[in-house]
Ligand binder design. Structure first.
Ligand code: SF4
Length: 456
């Protein structure tokens, strides 16, 4: 299904809301759920015998990009990564003792920060220590985020040799003026050279990340970036809307505020992104991804098997995610756990031989039902009532009578179609799936009601 771009509808419905990389979102996590509950849930998870997905956070970067919204540690001083890696290994040994050895890892991801901050020797050595703690399935998806500016031939070789089969390159925008304004200079020629090297190294899939809403971007300028990206022919593209939050990320104050595109221009850019990738034959995935039709993501969306996690869209529904490293988040069937965000707290916890989890969330039966519905909307563009009824033993129309009533307005506007046994997202609703999902978010509703009663 192709997306239809209806500016008036987008304006009408556009409002801030969760991105639903989890439900409930991380804002609901609480420090009342910590390492004791994590151990209990890890142990419980063995009974389900589910395969595992592992996430490793490498928080270091050489230089700060002014748009960055991540928790990163900027350092040119080499050597800080070594003690960190030692602590992550310790975390693996503390956590893996609660995991049955017969559980296979089917997905593994290194994110950051900049994972290629590590030297080739560190990459290989750290990967080997993961293998010492976990059994990685030979067909596992093993991916790494890379910064093309610092990527060396030796690192590419080490990444391949370690076992990675997918890579993701941070490109953001190829326009020199935009790059200068955001403090991230990486000419097109450099990106092209690294892409070619990665291709000839034989990685199964190359993803490119782009950001729209940066200073000096316009629909026309970004179109040039998009055309160059299409020429480079990545297997997947992820596009993110830039969030300007200088009050939370003070370094964003250094961005030229007056050069930020207006809301209207941002919409034009988004329209250009969608039209360019769709015309180039890419399938529009979920909310913000594009993939070649033969890519696993496109196939999973078509089969209704796509899922969403903290790293974006994934084909691995039903796996349990263990997060390692500062700030990382894990998800067991009905619970989420997050590690300390600062290096100091993360280190202190591990130095006391404690699992560095500082907060989490244990889902209620209602959360589990709503998560399934929200993920189906966000990933598979519709909800099959029968599937939800069978999985959770409920009557969909009775359980969600209030939500179905609320959706009538969206149906009238042509965003969705409510059928006797399903909700289907229609092409004009394609860009507003988050708004449809928000109707089923009980936590958001509670907050709205609280705010409302306070106003009264
Ligand atoms: S490389 Fe990525 S994580 Fe590091 S500062 Fe730039 S945007 Fe942030």
């Amino acid at each position: 299904m192709k997306a239809e771009f209806d500016k008036e509808l987008i304006k009408k419905y556009d409002r801030p809301g969760p991105r639903y990389t989890s439900y409930p979102p991380a804002t609901e996590f609480t420090e009342e759920v910590g390492r004791r509950e994590y151990v209990m849930k890890l142990t419980e998870s063995n009974e389900r015998k589910t395969p595992l997905s592992l996430y490793f956070h490498i928080p270091f970067c050489e230089q700060r990009c002014l748009y960055c919204g991540c928790n990163v540690i900027i350092s040119h001083r080499r050597g800080i990564e070594e003690p960190y890696l030692e602590r992550v290994k310790k975390e693996m040994s503390l956590v893996s003792r609660f995991i049955n050895k017969d559980r296979k890892v089917v997905q593994l991801h290194w994110g950051g920060g900049t994972p290629n901050y590590l030297s080739p020797a560190q990459i290989k050595e750290f990967f080997n220590s993961i293998r010492e703690h976990f059994d990685i399935d030979p067909s596992a998806e093993i991916s790494i985020e890379l910064d093309p500016r610092y990527l060396t031939d030796e690192q590419i070789e080490a990444i391949k040799e370690a076992g990675f089969n997918r890579v993701s390159l941070g490109v953001q925008d190829l326009n020199p003026k935009v790059q200068e304004a955001v403090g991230r200079i990486q000419p097109y020629e450099l990106v092209k050279e690294k892409m070619e090297k990665l291709r000839s190294a034989g990685f199964d899939s190359i993803n490119v990340d782009l950001i729209y809403g940066l200073p000096y971007q316009s629909a026309e300028s970004f179109k040039e970036t998009l055309e160059k990206i299409v020429e480079l022919s990545p297997d997947r593209v992820a596009t993110y809307s830039f969030a300007y939050i200088p009050q939370i990320k003070p370094h964003q104050q250094l961005l030229p505020k007056d050069a930020l595109p207006s809301a209207e221009e941002k919409l034009r850019i988004l329209e250009t992104i969608i039209n360019t990738f769709q015309s180039a034959g890419y399938v529009y995935i979920g909310m913000d991804h594009f993939a070649k039709p033969e890519d696993e993501l496109a196939k999973a969306q078509q089969k209704g098997e796509l899922w969403r996690n903290f790293q974006g869209y994934t084909t691995k529904k039903g796996v349990e995610l263990l997060g390692f490293g500062a700030t990382s988040i894990g998800m067991l069937y009905d619970s989420y756990f997050q590690n300390y965000k600062t290096l100091r707290e993360y280190n202190t916890s591990l130095d006391k031989n404690e699992i560095p989890v500082f907060r989490g969330y244990i889902m209620t039966p209602d959360d589990l039902i709503r998560r399934e519905v929200i993920m189906d909307i966000m990933c598979n563009l519709g909800v099959d009532f029968n599937k939800i009824e069978k999985t959770f033993n409920i009557n969909f129309k009775e359980y969600f009578s209030r939500e179905l009533e609320e959706l009538a307005g969206m149906e009238k506007d042509g965003l969705i179609k409510i059928l006797p046994g399903a909700i289907k997202i229609l092409p004009p609703g394609r860009l507003l799936i988050r708004n449809v999902a928000m109707v089923f978010d009980a936590h958001l509703r509670k907050k709205k009601e609280l705010r409302f009663s306070r106003t009264i």
